[in-house]
Design a protein around this ligand. Sequence first.
Ligand code: ATP
Ligand code: MG
Length: 398
Amino acid sequence: MVFRTFLLKYGEIGIKGKNRGQFEDALVAQVRHALSRVDGEFEVSKEQGRIYVDVTGPDDCFDPDEVTQALQRVFGLVGICQVLKVPVAEPEVIAEEAVRYIDQTYDLTSPVTFKVHTRRANKQYPVTSMEVDALVGEKLLGAFEGKMSVDVHHPDMMVYIEIREEVYIYSRIVPGPGGMPVGTNGRAQLLLSGGIDSPVAGWMIAKRGVALDATYFHAPPYTSERAKQKVVDLARLVARYSGPIRLHVVNFTDIQLEIYDRCPHDELTIIMRRYMMKIAEAFAKKDGSMGLITGESIGQVASQTIQSLVCTDDAATMPVFRPLIGFDKQDIIDVSLKIGTYDTSIQPFEDCCTIFVAKHPVTKPRLDIIKKSEERLSDNIDALMQQAIDGAETITIS
Ligand code: ATP
Ligand code: MG
């Protein structure tokens, strides 16, 4: 038997009143986006606080596990169920379907306890939930004698029966990622490097419903095409959750060389970071973003001490979201493993920041001193920034 329907559950928190429609529409859009990336033909519909995915193609056009995995990346979903949908019928018939469902879903090698939970949303249905519970329970006990027994308090297995316009039978609820559907909380620009941290930072903000675009700074010929490809790959991995990302690839070489030639070398990283913020903000404005996102965490490296962050922050006029600010490296690694970016992040390719790095960078930069140093750049840095912005390559990652 192939289940041709998925029931998707979402959290109800924060979606009361008129936000609800917006929340649901965004969720449906994200579900469609996720399904467009897997094999199969599907129809997505919403109905009374539920979202259903029906397979419209032949039985073998889709892989239920692949679909479930894709749906596990849709923020806003809290549960994904593979359900058997059958027409409304007498309770005996429903009970037989439930037996068939359990028989095909589980490999009952050792005895399990179960509980039936019926919901009768269709009040026209002439039999009460409790009566259906009892009947289905009885049939299951009969069909799987010695293998299944009832435990209403701590069952190993739940059997859900929902009587609506049709009858839905399911048992397992695969957890969704939670969060809010992307598109319900605006858009932000991620400063995406090839490291471990920034993809995780982007993922965390997208989880709150924020759509993403990204800026990557490279320094050819000091950094390679392969380093750039790694960032494209990371953007693609993040886009599995966030939906499409516009990735702006900025040639940062001339700006870096200019800073290198004119500014104290122990301030290089901070000054570079400040120009990164300014350029990313220019793209943020073009893309309709309201904030910047970085993968910084207090004290992780010299450029992320609290003094350094003050200097970096000053370069931006938009709010800078740093979701990893209080994370230890291991916490960040754990998330990157969970979301599948780790293996790509650890590929050893040079980063523009590591090439022009000083041996002993300042760890407690003072903003007034940094600004003073930047004055040495003033005659042509604006032109260089404009060149970098105009010359950027924009790749749409979907
Ligand atoms: P990550 O793992 O994200 O690269 P990191 O530990 O290497 O972080 P830094 O190199 O100090 O830390 O970078 C701090 C933040 O600055 C990054 O998380 C990222 O948001 C941004 N950033 C650094 N380098 C680049 C780059 N080449 N392009 C775009 N953003 C960058
Ligand atoms: Mg880095």
